[in-house]
Ligand binder design. Sequence first.
Ligand SMILES: [Zn+2]
Length: 698
Amino acid sequence: MKFKFGPSVAILACVAVGAIIAIPLIAVRAQNAAAQSAKKVTHGIVVANMDRSVKPGDDFFEYANGAWVQRTEIPSDRPNINVFSILRDLSSKRTASLIEETAKADAPAGSNARKIADLYRSYMDEAAIEAAGLAPLRPHLDVIAAIRDKRELARALGETLRSDVDALNNTNFHTANLFGLWVAPGFNDSDHYAAYLMQGGLELPDREYYLRDNDRMRGIRAKYKAHISAMLKLAGFSDADARAERVIELEHGIAEKHISLADDENISKANNTWAPADFAAKAPGLDWTEYFRGAGLAKQSSFIVWQPTAFAGESALVASASLDDWKDWLAYHLIEDYAEALPKAFEDERFAFFGKVLQGTPEQRPRWQRGVDQVNERLGDAVGQIYAQRYFPPAAKAAAQEMVANILAAFRKRIEALTWMDPSTKAEAQAKLTTLHVGIGYPDTWRDYSAYEVKPNDNFGNLWRAGLFDYRQNVGRIGHAVDRKEWCMTPQTVNAVNMPLHNGLNFPAAILQPPFFDPLAPAAANYGAIGTVIGHEISHTFDTEGAEFDSKGRVRNWWTSGDFAHFKAATAKLVAQYDTYKPFPDLSVNGQQTIGEDIADLGGVSAAFDGYHASLGGKPAPAQDGFSGDQQFFIAFGQNWASKTREARARQQVLTDPHAPAQFRADTVRNVDAWYSAFEVVPGEKLYLAPRDRVRIW
Ligand SMILES: [Zn+2]
């Protein structure tokens, strides 16, 4: 239900790998092919993308991608370009043609195909959307205007609750509603789904946008205020400037109560079980009984409250701020969150702020692409079922499964060989790998959309009902037995994910293709590209968060104290390493915020390297363009990270993304001994680390 422009789920994705990654294949190769006047397409590393004038030991990202960076332009309707975005475009085109065919087929009413067609057509019918004007919004604004007291306010706030956050899978901590619901296996009973509640209430991407005191952020806040005012004016509000002032003040108050993203990622701080009666005692202010009634959760007997201090602070604000301030806040949030369902003037104003100001993107993407995104978001499994049949042959599945098996085996051997780990800790680590469920391509079962009503010519209603459908379906799962084989990504998503409470991985069909995975490429390139992504996801099983879960997905300490101390010391060293990275002179990477992903990157490249060597079966690796097998492996890894990002967006990522910027992810090879020997990296080169300073975790 949220049409957020910023780091949406799709962009922020779980995988860590997602948001940020890199670039290659198909598109890059296609570009090369064009550049070289249609020479045949190459398979393996793309030498034409490299800058061999740079020493790999000085700047590995530039070495692997320098020529690509030189010649690549960020499209004017994008905040960035990278391997992921290029593949996402391919996936979008395929999905678009699939939707078009479906639209022509005149499928029976109520079928998934008909829903796909009606949702897309209603989104594309701009004339009908203009003609409807504010009418679809008005009943909802009237409800807000009619709120008479804080009790009714609490109920209205409860009615906004949606399942739009995800702490551990798609890692989306942001909701503009007062709070967000995440339904997932319980921390303390991973066999049943629990209700996790998370902080919310901000339209800007993170608390830092409200609290950081510098010229850049003050400038953004001034433009934000003007934007709120413009949106309220479009919706016919009087005194829009004064209302905007009060909305931003209220959001500033909420931001002060929010905990940071780095703290959000700390499981032990998040594991707080509250009964309904605890809310009034621990977070007084909001009428919680009414809130839960509004949310349809009046009978729910327990919740896991992720950020107790934020709940206390936000709840107190409901009591202390005036009713009128909250009504303006509710109205503005409604308008903002549904701007994409409203006439063009709303969307344009929204883009002018969230697209241009916050991300630096000059132009909005074509409407059809946004329509495809809507269908993918609202009916993702319905589309994915057709997508998987069409674009993911059994041979690709079998080949990917084999790579996963090799890398898992490599991981096992690495654990066995750890000199610092006690046998009892090793046994549980191995058990986690044994029970790990790896999904390749697409899920075994598909989501049921029968309760989602899609009407022709009702764009606003279709999007509104989509949010409610999703919410009710999730609420309906609370307390029920967990399906460990379920997926949290659609097959057409270019990403991958580790789900720690399920102890499961998803590798969607759309990432299992060139440039990540090319059956015609040498093993070195495939292991360096998709292999390191697979290794990354497996490694999440043992990152700072994953290490807190046992083989059944329960939060349990399965470490000896000595082993855990060693693990913490090693991760602290990696945090310190990332803290030194400065994408901008005035902005550093927050190593604590990115640590889980940094561990996964490092563990991933290490395990994939071992898996690659095992796959050679003792035979020598074929060279390509004079590069040895080991060199190809690392170059392919580096080329995963080819990317260019507009400054505003890059700054946003540093503040809101659990992944470090792409160039530093490529440079993590400096912790891997084999990289030094592959490229003869010596002391004095910028990335050089003495052996004792290299971080070795898994
Ligand atoms: Zn990750």
